[in-house]
Each structure stands twice: as structure tokens, then as C-alpha cells.
Ligand binder design. Structure first.
Ligand SMILES: C[S@@+](CC[C@H](N)C(=O)[O-])C[C@H]1O[C@@H](n2cnc3c(N)ncnc32)[C@H](O)[C@@H]1O
Length: 551
């Protein structure tokens, strides 16, 4: 048995490449793997099953699936993955993958399965014999993934198909509403650790939905809206000033039913203006009989719009879900690996439960969010981030190799957050939040130029966006030194007077300055994480302080 070099670690990069570095990821070095790979099943269900040789004349262009800027189309990397599997030692997997390929052809689904299979081989390799793997997916492709997992782990090591009921019923045209995700549990061997989990009887509900009512008792509360917009009737219309369509949702009940509940005092209206929730009839009884958790989990809500832990990352999972998995299949001090870690829910749960952890993600948004999440959640925490630029040369390399990721990374460096989608609005690549004199949060814009072809017109464009959208501050980040024309263009914007000093409205920042630790001079920045709480807790600290302050 070998030990992983130095948990806790966060890797930026493609997990296949990262995992194949056997010095960093020796055989049998991880105790628990949880993976929640991207899967755009809304778009995917129809698109995924369409063959690339189908009606589109085999171009494959309209048969691809967007997922975090990735697309599943059959191509050289799918072919390479199939070759890797065929040249590996796992004969049942080779046969299974070839059979699937014969049935599915060069389709997006087959590309997805090939991508998953090579990664599952590596994840199986790094697991200790006492370890487990949990694969989070949905019914779109779970039936195929189970066959792949059987081949990688051996069908005898299948442990459970967990159904996580994550949402309430909603109306869908002509089919059963989709309420659940699937989480497969496979053990590395019969020696895998398993700690049964207990919850209080049938009243079990997760604590974060509990609210203390005016009678002093705790009650469970439930969401009143369902996912998706609807144009039908009043379900998409505002009720008592709350408009569900603003969040892409609709009311699950009629306005008259909502009125009835509200009049009976059954609806909780959060003081922070968050969305109302329905109260349970009976108070929560913490002494209810404890029962063992089975393979259907309906007691963990998905993150609702007002959940405190919500970070705004699409597909973020509730920490309670990961806590259950980690508590069941690892012990304190064990190493938990999430190779598709997103905004770091597994990492956060592992830290909370005293496990060591490793996260891998291929976007700078995710890595930046996790760094921020862990530092703000666990002050003084030690971890290493690997694969992000450390010096000017590696930052320039990132700019040349992947301008979009470079833009994301720069936005985090200056204390802001990037646009999620590629393509800018007149050169806007991100935003930052800062504190105004009135202790309110305002937004500034960030433009990032990864290329060498930069001219004063681009600085002017950013200034125009600022004027058009009413932003007081803007940052223009570029690789090389600005020309005189660019500096003049930036200086044509006036200095902004604030209680923390006077700052240039439009500032040019160079990559070299960033790499030397210099940051733009701005009023106190508010990180994207839990910005509202931060304003509240830091208000007094900020009053009267001078100069730029990094929160
Ligand atoms: C469904 S999200 C995971 C969400 C996560 N469970 C959470 O709670 O935040 C999938 C993640 O996988 C990442 N990803 C996609 N392809 C990847 C790859 N080849 N290597 C590493 N990460 C990848 C995406 O950037 C995305 O953040």
C-alpha cells in the first residue's frame, strides 16, 4: 500500500491526464472516490441517443452535447479511449465496450461512455482494497454506466443503486416527471469499509430545512416551487410579490391554495426576502426512533434557491448528500477523491468529517470557487493547488493554449468572477463586487485580453460598456505593457471618490503585475462566495479603513 504524496490537493486539469500521473496517484492510494461527471440530461435525453450518422448527414455537429464547455461527439479522443481500453488488461471491459460500440455506433452516447470508461479504469486502479466508488448520474445513461462499472469492478463488487429523490413532482408533457438521480456504489473488494447510517424514523428530514416557529418548536419546511418555467395559468405569475419565473421556476400549487396556507400561518416568509416555504403539520421530533438508511434517499433536499450553502455553481450538490456517502464508506483520516469536483461539495464534506481530500476539475471557475469555499469555511486550512499558473511564463502559456480558461483564471486573480459562457459583451469577461460608501454591493466589469493584438479601441469599448451599464469601475487586463494610447484612453475616465480613497475608474492591469502580486486599487472587494453574509460581518471592520482591502 502506498500513500498519496500530500493530501489535501486541488488539481486544475483534465482528470484523465492528472490521474495517469502515477507519481501523484500511485496504485491503491485512495480510500473513497465520488464522481459526479457532467451530464446535461435536459438536452441530453433526446440528443444523446441520436447517431452521428443520422439525419444530419453524419456531420455530428447537431448531435453534440454541451457540458461545461465540453461536447460529447465521437472523435479522435473517443477512438483513443477505446484503443486504451483494448490494450489494457481488463478483457471483460474490452468486450463490453466493443459490444456497446457495435450497438451504438459512433454516437454521442458512445463517446460519453468511452470517456467515462477510461477514467473509471484509473479510478479503480487508485482505490485501496478497502475503498469504494460512488458514481452519481441520472437515468439517461445509468443503465449503460452500470454495465461499464460491472466490467471495471466485477459484478460481484456491486453494492447498491441509490435512488436520490432530489425534487418534487412537476408536470411534463406525456411522461412521468423525473424526480431522482442515481448513485452507484461499487466496492474495490469484499473488504470495503461500510458504516451503516442511521436517521430518525419516518420524520427524518435534513436539519437545514428546519425552522423554529413562533411556538418555539422546530418544524420541517418544504419548497413551494418546482423546476422549469411555465406559461400556463397563474403558476408562473408572481404571488404576494414573489415571482418564481425570476429563478426559472413555477408555483407547485394554485395561488388560492398558497393564500389558504398563508392565512393558516403555515407559510414561512424568510426575513432576508428569500422565497417562502411551506411548514410541516407536525413539529420535528428529534427523539424519533432511529432507522438504518436504505438505498432510497428522500430525506435530502436538493439545494433550494435560498439555501445558505448555495454558491451559484450549476449542478452543485447538497453537502448533506456527500456527508452521508463519506461517513458510510470511509473513516476519519482516509483520503477522499472527487475527480469531477465542481465547486467542491465532496471536498468540503470530507474536510468537515476529518478526512483528507483531493479534488480535480478542468475549469478555473471551479478551482477558484473551491479555494475560496475552503478558505472561508475553514480559516487557516492548508492545501495545495496544482496546475494553475505560478509564474509569468506559465500564465502566458495558459493564455496561448486556452484563452477562455486564461480569462476565467485572471478574473479570479483580480478578485472577481468570470462569465460562465464563452464570448463577450464588448470585451466583458467577468465582474467583481465591491462595497460602496453606503455599504451596498456594486459591480465592476473585467475585460481580459489573452492575445497580443490589443489596441486603444478595446479599452474604449470597455469604458463604453461601463457607461452604458452604469458601472463605476472597470479593469482591463492584458498580457503586455499598455501603449500610450491605451493609457490615455483609461485616464480619460475620472477618478472615483470613495470613503476608502480615490481610485481610477478604468484601470489597466498587466499580467506581469498580477504575477508579482500587485492588485488593482479598488474599494473593498466582496468575493462571490456568500457575499451577503460577508458584508454583514465585515461592515464594522471596513468602516474608516483606508486603501484597497481584499476580503
Ligand atoms: C456535475 S459537475 C460537479 C458538481 C459537483 N459535484 C458539486 O457539487 O459542485 C461536473 C464537473 O466536472 C468538471 N469536468 C468535466 N470534465 C472534466 C474532466 N475531463 N476533468 C476534470 N473535470 C471535469 C466540470 O468542469 C464540472 O465542474
Amino acid at each position: 500500500m502506498t500513500d498519496v504524496p500530500a493530501p489535501n490537493r486541488l488539481y486544475y486539469g483534465d482528470n484523465l491526464e492528472v490521474l495517469r500521473d502515477t507519481a501523484q496517484f500511485p496504485d491503491a492510494s485512495v480510500d473513497l472516490v465520488y464522481l459526479d461527471p457532467p451530464f446535461n440530461s435536459n438536452a441530453g435525453y433526446n440528443v444523446l441517443f441520436k447517431s452521428a450518422q443520422g439525419t444530419n448527414g453524419g456531420s455530428g455537429a447537431d448531435a453534440s452535447i454541451e457540458a461545461f464547455g465540453d461536447t460529447w461527439t465521437w472523435g479522435p479522443s473517443s477512438h483513443a479511449a477505446m484503443m486504451d481500453i483494448a490494450s489494457g488488461a481488463n478483457r471483460p471491459l474490452t468486450v463490453m465496450m466493443q459490444a456497446m460500440h457495435s450497438a451504438l455506433g459512433d454516437s454521442p452516447l458512445m463517446a460519453y461512455l468511452a470517456m467515462m470508461a477510461v477514467r473509471l479504469v484509473e479510478l479503480h486502479r487508485v482505490l485501496r482494497s478497502t475503498g469504494s466508488l460512488y458514481l452519481h448520474c441520472d437515468p439517461t445513461a445509468s443503465h449503460y454506466l452500470k454495465l461499464v462499472l460491472d466490467a471495471v469492478f466485477g459484478a460481484e463488487n456491486y453494492r447498491a443503486e441509490i435512488v436520490w429523490r432530489r425534487t418534487n413532482a412537476r408536470s411534463t408533457a406525456g411522461k412521468w416527471p423525473r424526480l431522482h438521480d442515481i448513485i452507484f456504489h461499487y466496492a474495490a473488494s469484499p473488504d470495503a469499509i461500510f458504516n451503516p447510517q442511521l436517521v430518525p424514523g419516518d420524520k427524518a428530514k435534513i436539519p437545514h430545512t428546519l425552522i423554529t416557529w413562533s411556538d418555539g418548536l422546530k418544524y420541517n419546511t418544504f419548497e413551494l416551487t418546482g423546476a422549469g418555467l411555465t406559461k400556463e395559468g397563474e403558476s408562473g405569475k408572481p404571488w404576494r410579490g414573489f415571482d418564481p419565473s425570476m429563478m426559472g421556476r413555477h408555483w407547485g400549487n394554485s395561488h388560492s391554495q398558497l393564500d389558504e396556507w398563508a392565512n393558516a400561518g403555515m407559510i414561512h416568509f424568510p426575513k432576508n426576502g428569500g422565497f417562502p416555504r411551506l411548514r410541516a403539520d407536525e413539529p420535528f421530533d428529534p427523539d424519533a426512533r432511529m432507522v438504518t438508511v436504505g438505498d432510497v434517499w428522500s430525506d435530502i433536499d436538493r439545494l433550494n434557491q435560498t439555501a445558505k450553502e448555495r454558491l451559484g455553481y450549476p449542478t452543485q450538490k447538497p453537502r448533506a448528500l456527500l456527508e452521508r456517502i463519506i461517513a458510510a464508506s470511509s473513516n476519519p483520516g482516509d483520503v477522499v477523491l472527487d475527480p469531477f469536483c465542481g465547486c467542491g461539495t465532496a471536498v468540503d464534506a470530507a474536510q468537515k468529517l476529518g478526512r483528507r481530500w483531493i479534488g480535480i476539475d478542468v475549469t478555473h471557475i471551479a478551482i477558484g470557487m473551491i479555494e475560496d469555499r475552503m478558505r472561508s469555511g475553514y480559516p487557516g486550512i492548508a492545501f495545495e493547488t496544482i496546475g494553475v499558473p505560478r509564474d509569468l511564463a506559465s500564465a502566458e502559456r495558459l493564455a496561448a493554449d486556452d484563452p477562455h480558461q486564461f480569462q476565467q483564471w485572471v478574473c479570479w486573480q483580480v478578485g472577481g468572477f468570470p462569465r460562465e459562457k464563452k464570448g463577450g459583451d464588448k470585451g466583458v469577461d467577468g465582474w467583481f463586487n465591491y462595497l460602496t460608501d453606503q455599504n451596498r454591493i456594486a459591480t465592476g466589469v473585467i475585460g481580459v485580453k489573452a492575445g497580443d493584438n490589443v489596441n486603444p479601441g478595446m479599452v474604449r469599448d470597455l469604458g463604453q460598456v461601463m457607461k452604458r451599464d452604469g458601472h463605476e469601475f472597470g479593469l482591463f487586463v492584458m498580457k503586455s505593457l499598455p501603449t500610450k494610447g491605451m493609457r490615455e484612453e483609461a485616464a480619460s475616465h475620472p477618478l472615483v471618490e470613495t470613503q476608502w480613497g480615490r481610485f481610477p475608474a478604468l484601470q489597466i492591469v498587466t499580467l506581469a503585475e498580477l504575477m508579482h502580486g500587485q492588485r488593482p486599487k479598488l474599494p473593498p472587494l466582496i468575493g462571490p462566495m456568500k457575499k451577503a453574509q460577508r458584508v454583514e460581518t465585515r461592515k464594522s471592520h471596513q468602516k474608516g479603513s483606508q486603501g484597497a482591502l481584499e476580503l
